[in-house]
Design a protein around this ligand. Structure first.
Ligand code: NAD
Length: 370
């Protein structure tokens, strides 16, 4: 692989290869762009088959974080870290502390967090070595489970879509189909139920379905039938690539807005739902509530502030629709454009950037005791 050529294409600032044989650490940290602020993004642990696969993943994911933070209006850049290893068998204190030291060596240019294959306990080990880590335990000033905030943000995105499609944003008067009622989907169902909405759900886990049927009166449908439901809004909250060539012709929904990452199988599918008049809330704008919530840890966690910030997703999605109208482009492309315009505008600041404001960690205690 021609690495520098690849970095030129993706626009990355820095890629760090971290190796510690004693700790069994093989990790890559990618900092995509810090024009808006320090690069924040999760630490993924995954048994990648090849190093090239790990590198490709970390480059793709870190770039995605630059776009997500920019559209969310956060003063954060995009970064990501991956550990090559099996999270089921290869976790240890020394592994995560070793990674924490590498993160610390970047002096705040990269801030790490939980991601696929890592959890709050792993972050506690990372946090022993660096302040540049969020998603620590609540007793140490952390923000806890992001899922209710992600769900609340998805509902704000749905409101923005309803306003665009129906000229009003009253949630209760519409019907919804939620695919996957796990951590996020459960709370989306709860919030919509509170507004009196009609909700269809599916999940491969029957216990998850039973729970929302009992608690919120949702109607269960089969996992392959969810695409055919005659509801106003489709909320993918399980898998990626669910808007694809096979499903699009079946969709009767007027709106697609959910938490799942990478909902569009490809750009052509994004163009096609736009052509069919389906309003699409770009996934990374709709599901930014978790990122917003965790980012508040950097200035001292405040739940009320997290709720207020998550509400701004309504306006962010509205701004994406305005760009789409302005430029005559689909919303998925307008979201990218919004991010690129913000990053480019802030990059024009003439005064040299001499480092980040020291992060304030009010109330965060690093100790072995709880
Ligand atoms: P989760 O694993 O808790 O929930 C996913 C649910 O989907 C599970 O209940 C699972 O049984 C179900 N599912 C899996 N395959 C399915 C299928 N084929 N059909 C129907 N149901 C299926 O995950 P989560 O934390 O709720 O996240 C949901 C999605 O949102 C993921 O794509 C995740 O990447 C994304 N996301 C989550 C957050 C967050 O704060 N948790 C933030 C941003 C994005």
């Amino acid at each position: 692989m021609n690495l520098f050529q690849s970095l030129e294409t993706t626009g990355h600032e820095e890629v760090v290869f971290c190796h510690n044989a004693e700790a069994g650490l093989k990790a890559i940290i990618a900092i995509h762009n810090t024009a808006l602020g320090p690069a924040l993004g999760g630490l993924r642990m995954w048994p990648y088959e090849t190093e090239a696969e790990a590198l490709e993943d970390v480059l793709r994911l870190s770039r995605g974080m630059s776009y997500k933070a920019a559209v969310a209006g956060l003063n954060l850049g995009g970064g990501k870290a991956v550990i090559i290893g099996d999270p089921k068998t290869q976790k240890s204190e020394v592994l995560f502390r070793s990674l924490g030291r590498f993160v610390n060596s970047l002096n705040g240019r990269y801030i790490t967090a939980e991601d696929v294959g890592t959890d709050v306990n792993d972050m506690e080990w990372v946090f022993q070595e660096t302040d540049h880590c969020v998603g620590v335990h609540q007793v140490h000033g952390g923000s806890g489970d992001p899922s209710p905030f992600t769900a609340y943000g998805v509902v704000q995105a749905i409101r923005a879509c309803l306003r665009k499609r129906f000229g009003q944003e009253e949630l209760g008067g519409h019907s919804y189909a939620i695919q996957g009622v796990g951590h996020v989907g459960y709370h989306v169902a709860r919030l919509l139920h509170d507004e009196g909405a009609k909700i269809f759900v599916c999940d491969v886990d029957p216990e998850r379905v039973d729970q929302v049927v009992t608690e919120f009166g949702c109607e269960a449908v089969g996992n392959s039938e969810i695409y055919d439901v005659d509801a106003d809004v489709f909320s993918p909250s399980a898998l990626g690539a669910v808007i694809n060539e096979e499903t699009i012709p079946r969709l009767k929904f007027k709106i697609v807005a959910g938490a799942a990452n990478n909902q569009l199988a490809d750009e052509a599918c994004g163009n096609e739902i736009d052509r069919r008049g389906i309003i699409y809330a770009p996934d990374y704008a709709a599901n930014a509530g978790g990122l917003m919530n965790v980012s508040i840890e950097l200035e001292g966690y405040d739940r009320e502030r997290a709720i207020r910030m998550t509400r701004t997703i309504y306006y962010n999605v509205g701004s994406i629709f305005k760009i789409a109208e302005r430029d005559g482009i689909p919303s998925w492309k307008a979201a990218d454009r919004m991010a690129e315009e913000r990053i480019a505008a802030v990059s024009k600041l003439k005064v040299p950037f001499l480092g980040h404001t020291p992060l304030r960690f009010h109330g965060r205690l690093r100790s072995n005791g709880h």
